[in-house]
Design a protein around this ligand. Sequence first.
Ligand SMILES: Nc1ncnc2c1ncn2[C@@H]1O[C@H](COP(=O)(O)OP(=O)(O)O)[C@@H](O)[C@H]1O
Ligand SMILES: [Mg+2]
Length: 300
Amino acid sequence: MISDVVKVFKELDKKDFRILNGIELGMRTHEWVPVEDLLSFTGFSYGDLEYKLRKLRHYNFVIATHTPYDGYRIYFEGYDALALNAFVKRNVICAIGDEIGVGKESVVHEAIREPELAIGDYEPAIVKFHREGQTSFKSVKRARSHLEGKEHFSWIYAARLAAQREYEIMKKLSPKVSIPKPIDCNRHAIVMEVASGSILAKTRLGDPLHYLNEILQQVANAYGEGIIHSDLSEYNIFVSTEGVQLIDWPQYVTPAHPHAKDLLLRDISNILTHFEKKYGIQTDANAIYDDLTSGNEVRI
Ligand SMILES: Nc1ncnc2c1ncn2[C@@H]1O[C@H](COP(=O)(O)OP(=O)(O)O)[C@@H](O)[C@H]1O
Ligand SMILES: [Mg+2]
């Protein structure tokens, strides 16, 4: 069910967003943003601010501490609300719907967009909210080379960086590589087209060889653009009668990366293993790697 974003956030008014903005800003320099800072940022009376903060806490948009001083932190839902508010204001989406996917490091919702030029039907889209910092700061930091050396780490920073990285690379790859078209990015959230079909892992293909070749062709196209996915598996590929689409790009690397070869080989092997286990297709990952990196046509 799609509900109007205004209804979902009907409890939030301009003043609430002002407070959320104040906490977001304060978190650049504070672990917990002092109430005094919020008073001066918003210009609200103490009573008004307290009342609104209680409501924001009730909805889990913010969390509070009382020691060593009264302070606030934004929570994922509050950060989601700020990003959604930005998309709605920019007319990128007009409604947000149910959650349609949860990944290792994201929550994905369906959404709708107004038709361009105000004619035609509403168009579906998805909003991917990154959640990088949520699970474990240490494991994320270890796994993600793009976070190295960033001392003022926080989940906001991690999630935002991952979203921006993913959005930029999607813009570069689309349409040369078959991926959902990226539409907009704000904070830790990306709006993109809905991928066609279903996830490879959950699909039984009638013509697996055709799809295997299609996937390898897209991996080759990305490599031709200087990009290695690095987290490719049957869970990050959509298949439909129109072809295949690769999703989930924030951990991409370039061929200059010290482990580029291992990462590309792992991507290829993940796909080949899936097709071998499920469809009995036997292949040689090294031979495919060689074809793919030397620009030869990859055909099985
Ligand atoms: N463009 C899209 N269209 C439809 N569903 C999507 C799209 N992008 C992501 N999803 C859904 O959300 C899930 C998580 O997205 P993904 O980009 O793989 O992030 P994660 O890093 O969390 O795995 C996917 O497995 C899929 O079910
Ligand atoms: Mg994924």
